[in-house]
Ligand binder design. Structure first.
Ligand SMILES: NC(=O)C1=CN([C@@H]2O[C@H](COP(=O)(O)OP(=O)(O)OC[C@H]3O[C@@H](n4cnc5c(N)ncnc54)[C@H](OP(=O)(O)O)[C@@H]3O)[C@@H](O)[C@H]2O)C=CC1
Ligand SMILES: O=C(O)C1=N[C@H](C(=O)O)C[C@H](O)C1
Length: 238
């Protein structure tokens, strides 16, 4: 498979190592100095694009992939307000798009555990709940995209929490997400339910970027030749 890597930083390089080891060809490595590779004629040489740049650039890069009719796997976080627009353009233009706030198999299983635990806690108001995420100091967005996904899943079930705040909660209906930036943490997410009697904590700790990168390559292999909007739940049949 011919892959265009849009974003050739920490993730782009980790994805390249795994893709090449699996026999894929990297046809473009796009960073800030090689924006011409996002032109239609260049991008359309790829079977699939994998986009890991950052919050300010993801939206335009995805639209460039749509313009070139290249399926796009996007892992950039911090741009979720533009996600509805991307989805409607994808459907209008019959393109292929797969977004995940976290591509690791472990975190996608953790998402399912989070939903089930939240379901069990829905009618247990004696438990207060809060979240914590820890990442390296180069991370530009807070809270992490993964933490936002976890918070949204939790609030869907635990209706006493109505909004997340990236701070200590000041109102009972707020869900606190505390963000810590400590090197070299690749990504740790915890959810803790606390009552007067006990605590329950679930934690996912990434040991490296390998899980995110290999999940993105699996997603790209899966997306090639498809049309529509997908998630890792589709890829992993969860
Ligand atoms: N969904 C997931 O599983 C994961 C998501 N992420 C997310 O992925 C994103 C990237 O993370 P990471 O690799 O650590 O970040 P880095 O800062 O290491 O890399 C970002 C790369 O994007 C490039 N870039 C910036 N702007 C553009 C642009 N307009 N077009 C093309 N390339 C551009 C940068 O180029 P230059 O070097 O020239 O500045 C750099 O190569 C973040 O949003 C992060 O949160 C990270 C890990 C896992
Ligand atoms: O920027 C990172 O590094 C990571 N970003 C993703 C996020 O915002 O959730 C996924 C992972 O935790 C690493």
């Amino acid at each position: 498979m011919k892959i265009a890597l849009i974003g050739y930083g920490k993730m782009g390089k980790a994805i390249e190592a795994i893709a090449v080891a699996k026999g894929h060809e990297i046809v473009h490595r796009v960073d800030l100095n090689s924006q011409h590779l996002l032109e239609k004629e260049e991008l359309s040489k790829a079977d699939v694009a994998i986009e890991f740049t950052g919050p300010e650039t993801a939206y335009n890069n995805i639209l460039k992939c749509f313009a070139a009719n290249v399926p796009v796997v996007c892992g950039s976080t911090g741009w979720l307000e533009q996600l509805p627009a991307v989805k409607s353009i994808c459907l209008e233009q019959h393109r292929a798009f797969l977004y995940a706030s976290n591509f690791s198999v472990g975190v996608n299983i953790f998402f399912e555990i989070n939903k089930r635990l939240a379901e069990l806690m829905a009618n247990q108001p004696q438990y207060e709940v809060k979240m914590e995420e820890i990442h390296h100091t180069q991370k530009r967005d807070a809270p992490s995209g993964t933490a936002i996904t976890l918070a949204e899943q939790l609030m869907e079930k635990v209706r006493r929490k109505q909004e997340w705040v990236n701070d200590e909660a000041s109102k009972p209906e707020q869900l606190s997400i505390i963000s810590k930036r400590i090197d070299p943490a690749p990504g740790t997410h915890s959810i803790t339910y606390t009552s007067a009697i006990d605590d329950i904590t679930i934690t996912h700790t990434a040991h490296s970027r390998e899980g995110f990168a290999s999940g993105a390559v699996i997603a790209a292999e899966w997306l090639k030749g498809k049309t529509g909007i997908f998630s890792m739940k589709d890829v992993l049949s969860l």
